[in-house]
Design a protein around this ligand. Structure first.
Ligand code: HMG
Length: 390
């Protein structure tokens, strides 16, 4: 039985800052951000968006009533969850009007959470072929104003339905995964911004890639020539390129050119959104599928997932017949076109506007946020979500 990605939805907030302007404000050459880091625009989450609303808005794009009947498992991959106890999945389950007979859990391992969710979903579908699983990768990446990681922030979510006989991509089974306890990036419970050892994190990302790729080749008997493209977890778009370059010598000029060209297309969305942590790899996949018009059915795509701390995984998927008919290309074009640029000063103000930490109530103005699902405030320690359509 084929199991894989049946649908993919995406959401990113309606405001962004231009990386050229951020560079000027931070006294660095714009090319450092636009070429050296490889980012053009950075999505900013207004206070009315959190990991729950981003995920729910992404899922809203793909969910039909038939899905509502079949989804019996919601897996919320995130490292910017809103509660230490209750999962974001339970809120999303309610906001989407899913059936009560469902499991709903949150999965955490830095940017690897959604990949873990997909693998759990595959197991569930193998046992329950009639079911569907909603897997969410949703995050707001925050390092802090004027920090080394600031240019690699972002906000957004990817929602995927995993099912039998998927419409978009069958997930193959030669997965290779690796865990090692390292401190390259972490976020202690008391902090709402990440701590990072930037250079070390880059090195570990590449080291993990090299290790899982070597084992993958042994396990599967496949090589770079069998991959139409490789999509990477993209904390910033230069990162995957650095990893890809370490293996290109293994293959022919023709395959090298193909992989490099397809890599560029797989970074278009990420370049304009920034790091969305758990969703970044799947945003890169979406970018490739939607930007490369002549990508053929049957093509095999490699996927490299990395979550600091760290867990890495390499796996592959094969595109299904007429997969393009199941993408939301126009909706995503519109989502990007409708965004508004904010100045660096406005971005700083939005960044510093946070929810009360002392349990005080707050009512938020959701009229400026065009998202369908918004955070409208906090009452008695409970987040108040609004679906403007219901
Ligand atoms: P930095 O010190 O600001 O930048 O840190 P740099 O000095 O290393 O420069 C960056 C690149 O810009 C270099 O290119 C420069 O040469 C180039 P490279 O040599 O690396 O190819 N450059 C220029 N290029 C053109 N014109 C110029 C120019 N000037 C310089 N004028 C760093 C960069 C990414 C370390 C920092 O932003 C950071 O700490 N970010 C956060 C950590 C991160 O993203 N790590 C990635 C791997 S870990 C990961 O992916 C997991 C993660 O997503 C978290 C999770 O799992 O939850 C982060």
């Amino acid at each position: 039985m084929k199991i894989g990605i049946d649908k993919i939805g995406f959401y990113t907030p309606h405001i962004y800052v231009d990386m050229n302007n951020l560079a000027v404000a931070r006294n660095v050459e714009p090319e450092k951000f636009t070429i050296g880091i490889g980012q053009s625009k950075m999505a900013i989450a207004p206070i009315t968006q959190d990991s729950v609303t981003l995920a729910a808005n992404a899922a809203l794009e793909i969910i039909t009533d038939e899905d509502r009947e079949k989804i019996d498992y919601v897996i919320f991959g995130s490292e910017s969850g809103i509660d230490h106890s209750k999962s974001g999945a339970v809120y999303v389950h309610q906001l989407l009007g899913l059936k009560a007979n469902a499991r709903a859990v949150e999965v955490k391992q830095a940017c690897y959470g959604a990949t873990a969710g997909i693998q759990m979903a595959k197991g569930h579908i193998a046992l329950n072929p009639e079911s569907k699983v909603l897997v969410l990768g949703t995050d707001i990446a925050r390092y802090g104003l004027n920090t080394g990681g600031e240019s690699t922030q972002g906000a957004g979510a990817v929602a995927m339905i995993i099912s039998a006989n998927p419409s978009i991509m069958e997930l193959e089974n030669h997965n290779v995964y690796l865990t090692n306890d390292i401190m390259d990036f972490w976020r202690p419970i008391y902090s709402d911004t990440a701590f990072v050892d930037g250079k070390f994190s880059n090195e570990q990302y590449i080291l993990f890639f090299n290790k899982v790729w070597e084992s993958y080749k042994e396990k599967s008997g496949l090589t770079l020539a069998d991959m139409e493209a490789i999509c990477y977890h993209l904390p910033y778009t230069k990162m995957g390129l650095k990893a890809l370059r370490t293996v290109l010598e293994e293959t022919s000029e023709e395959v090298r050119t193909r992989l490099l060209e397809n890599y560029e297309l797989s970074t278009t969305y990420n370049r304009n959104v920034g790091n969305i942590y758990t969703g970044s790899l799947y945003l890169s996949l979406l970018s490739l599928l939607e930007q490369k018009e002549d990508l053929q059915d049957g093509a095999r795509i490699g996927l490299y997932s990395y979550g600091s701390g760290a867990v890495g995984e390499f796996f592959t998927g094969v595109l299904q017949p007429n997969y393009r008919d199941h993408l939301k290309i126009d909706a995503h074009k519109q989502l990007f076109n409708m965004r508004k640029e904010v100045s660096v000063a406005e971005y700083e103000e939005i960044f510093e506007e946070t929810l009360p930490k002392d349990g005080a109530n707050i009512e938020l103005n959701i009229s400026k946020d065009p998202a369908t699902i918004c955070l409208a405030g906090v009452m008695d320690g409970k987040r108040q979500y609004v679906n403007k359509l219901s």
